[in-house]
Design a protein around this ligand. Sequence first.
Ligand SMILES: [Zn+2]
Length: 229
Amino acid sequence: MRKEQHRGTLPFPLKQYGKTALGAPLLYAPCKQKCTLLAIAGIHGEEPETTFLLSRIFRYFAEPLQNVAFILCANPDGVMLGTRGNSNGVDLNRNFPTANWNPKITLSKASLESKRITELLPGKTPASEVETKSLIKLIRKLQPAEILSIHSPLACVESPMITPLTHFLTEISETPYKKDIGYPTPGSLGTWCGENSIHCVTWELSRLAPEILAQKFAKKVAVYFSKTV
Ligand SMILES: [Zn+2]
């Protein structure tokens, strides 16, 4: 691990695991040995600070980690368009093939203060979206024991059980642990992971500017990742 982040460019090239609906590459940073942790940001295009933070974490390393792989942005089209969903308007985090996948529109909040009235499309069928399909294929290939899925801005750490990672994240972010996010999320990555014996930790960042998030968390998370085996 470096003392300082490498600024400006990534320290080593990423690998491609697919293409978005608009033709952008889907990229990941593999690890050297068995993947025990896969860190994912930017599955919601309206949460670009998650990509900013994970990229800052990633750039503490000069070479691939032993056991941690990264997806800096799982929804590049959504980030480019500034939309929660992908270019088809589908919320990828409602598009996973789970037992509770639901073809009906689900509702979300446009901001913390809003009512839950924003309509989210789950896709025409489970895993209808190329970004979802590619991500599932990559997860099956890497077979991580744990996935860290970074979101914002609900300020909590949600996962079905407490692990060293959830404990670490609640400590550094000073936000509560939740066993359940408190509203239905049919077809979510977390639910899909549960059904596929992968422990998924959803880190909902606080509503803070990207630079503040990086100052608060990037180095601490990088140190944690450097010790993850
Ligand atoms: Zn989100």
